[in-house]
Design a protein around this ligand. Structure first.
Ligand SMILES: NC(=O)c1ccc[n+]([C@@H]2O[C@H](COP(=O)([O-])OP(=O)(O)OC[C@H]3O[C@@H](n4cnc5c(N)ncnc54)[C@H](O)[C@@H]3O)[C@@H](O)[C@H]2O)c1
Length: 252
């Protein structure tokens, strides 16, 4: 297939963890993929990694963008349009989690978390709106969290509030864009094995696993499969939804 006629997906926070698994899956689904991250070292590692080894250079882009920087987002969208002239899928996955106690959250930390997790989701979605509307098709998928639905397992108030905010944005965008063939959904994971989990206290992790009904942690590939479904043509009747992937931790 000509690279210009392939679907184009942007995945934020794609240098590791869930974002990397999602970007990898969308490449396998035969899309061109823009990997967005603000970790330059990790992006450079990725360039040499086996994930991209067999993928031709005209099928992907690695962009160092901080999703809390609205101008940088706009530049990323322009670069994508310059290369391929379309944007079919946006996965707002970039996120930062902190466990800071209520008493210790500073205004700076609050603003930083909210502007990455929630601001990044809003402004990236805003930046692709007109493009997707003109195409009369699009998929926006927001990576929320159990913490945004049920309160913290291990995360701070700012993280949980940002993740709950993403669920509200999902519905706002879904309702506003439903006439344009654009669906907007959220995925809400809990306890998925990623590099982020390696930073957590092992005792807390063991305790957490005991409380998960299926008695194991989730895999990044399982989240990527869910995103792949939401990004596909098969999911055109799903919008404004939150798909839980949490081993049964939250049943509703
Ligand atoms: N892993 C889990 O169990 C879990 C559970 C619930 C929700 N989530 C959500 O899934 C998403 C990915 O989580 P993960 O576990 O893969 O985390 P991770 O920390 O392993 O990966 C996050 C990626 O986002 C990037 N990033 C951070 N700030 C950025 C910024 N300002 N601009 C651009 N990129 C930035 C990081 O460099 C990193 O590559 C997050 O939004 C997280 O809240 C994860």
């Amino acid at each position: 297939m000509n690279t210009k006629s392939r679907k184009v997906a942007i995945v934020t926070g794609a240098a590791q963890g869930l974002g990397l698994a999602i970007a990898d899956k969308l490449l396998t689904d035969d899309m061109n993929v823009v990997f967005i991250d603000n970790n330059d070292a990790q992006l450079n590692e990725l360039r040499k990694s086996k994930i991209l080894k067999d993928v031709t250079e005209d099928r992907f882009m690695l962009l160092n963008i901080d999703v809390s920087d609205v101008e940088a987002i706009q530049q990323g969208v322009e670069k994508t349009m310059g290369a391929w002239g379309r944007i079919d899928v946006l996965v707002n996955n970039a996120g930062v989690r902190k466990e800071t106690a209520l008493e210790d959250v500073t205004a700076d930390e609050w603003n930083a978390i909210l502007s990455i997790n929630l601001g990044g989701t809003f402004f990236f979605s805003q930046a692709v709106l007109e493009i997707m509307k003109k195409q009369k098709q699009g998929r926006i998928i927001n990576m929320s969290s159990f913490g945004g639905q049920a309160g913290p397992l291990t995360s701070g108030a700012h993280y949980c509030a940002s993740k709950a905010g993403q669920l509200a944005l999902t519905k706002v965008f879904a309702r506003s864009l439903s006439d344009y063939g654009i669906t907007v959904n959220a995925v809400s994971p809990a306890a998925i094995e990623t590099p982020e989990m390696e930073k957590m206290d092992p005792d807390k992790l063991e305790n957490m696993k005991t409380g998960i009904p299926v008695k194991r942690f989730g895999k990044a590939e399982e989240v990527a499969d869910m995103v792949s479904y939401l990004a596909s043509d098969s999911a055109s009747y799903v919008t404004g939804a939150t798909l839980d992937i949490n081993g049964g931790l939250l049943m509703r």
